[in-house]
Design a protein around this ligand. Structure first.
Ligand code: OAD
Length: 250
């Protein structure tokens, strides 16, 4: 009971800050899509509890057995095909409309943020709906699932195509880094929100803390403790319940 009262108090405080904020930076991870039915990576039923990422999410795995890797991505694409955004995604899209300065950096490779109406979104780990030619680097959008022939091949040169996602051991997307840095260089943030991520990759806590700077507020929304440090307000609950409460009118 005391915990619940404490959470409601913190939500109210965070709501005021979000409402008054002019510049807002948001970082999301798999947890924001959990209530849409998308598995996370490291929770009880997460992907990495069922399969070793070295078997499906490295360049070495792809070079060894591209068909096996593609079968895994094809099954994820199939699973994602009829999934819809949840209230957390819609709340962020609404928040973006209320703010002049807003940027959403997601680690997610699906496009539920865009489906909910978000526009200023960067996918730091790429997109599962894009295929990239391993020879020429050309990228094409394709939502077919299941795919007809695995592994898919480039229609122009015939080389193998790969999912245009970032694998372990690869660099995160340079274009998205540049976009994020451009946004951060334009002014100090009033509010930074980190939602639904274990924040295990150093660049997530680093970006969040740098963006928060000396005068902003760092808010975390996650039912569990994470690797994020420097948090000012930790809202321990589900994003689909907490975000609508933060964004609805005062
Ligand atoms: P994880 O699976 O590591 O973490 C998911 C987080 O979401 C956990 O902290 C959960 O507590 C939280 N969570 C679960 N349900 C939630 C809910 N309803 N509301 C809010 N939070 C909830 O996923 P990520 O942190 O996104 O990268 O993982 C980061 C990266 O690791 C992924 O992008 C992927 C993976 O390996 C690559 O594949 C490169």
């Amino acid at each position: 009971m005391a915990d619940q009262t404490n959470l409601l108090y913190k939500i109210q405080k965070a709501k005021e800050l979000v409402h008054n904020a002019k510049r807002v930076f948001v970082l999301t991870g798999a947890g924001i899509s959990a209530e849409s039915g998308v598995p996370t990576f490291r929770d009880a039923a997460g992907h990495w509890k069922n399969i070793n990422p070295e078997q499906v999410a490295t360049r070495q795995a792809f070079d060894r057995d591209p068909k096996f890797v593609w079968e895994w991505y094809d099954s994820r694409r199939l699973q994602l095909q009829d999934i819809k955004p949840n209230p957390a995604h819609y709340s962020l899209a609404k928040l973006e409309q209320q703010k002049d300065a807003f940027y959403l950096l997601t680690q997610n490779v699906e496009d539920l943020h865009e489906q909910a109406g978000s526009k200023r979104v960067g996918h730091i780990h790429g997109s599962i709906w894009e295929l990239k030619c391993t020879q020429e680097g050309t990228v094409r959008h394709d939502r077919t699932a299941p795919m007809e022939d695995l592994p898919p091949r480039c229609k122009i040169c015939g080389a193998l195509e790969r999912p245009n996602v970032v694998w372990f051991g690869e660099r995160i997307r340079e274009d998205v880094i540049a976009e994020t840095e451009r946004f951060l260089s334009q002014g100090e943030m009033d509010v930074v929100m980190v939602i639904g991520t274990g924040a295990i990759f150093d660049y997530i806590p680093e970006w969040a803390n740098r963006a928060r700077g000396a005068r902003g507020t760092l808010i975390e929304i996650n039912p569990s403790e994470t690797e994020l440090y420097g948090v000012d307000i930790a809202l321990r609950g589900n994003a689909g319940e907490i975000l609508p409460a933060l964004v609805e009118p005062q």
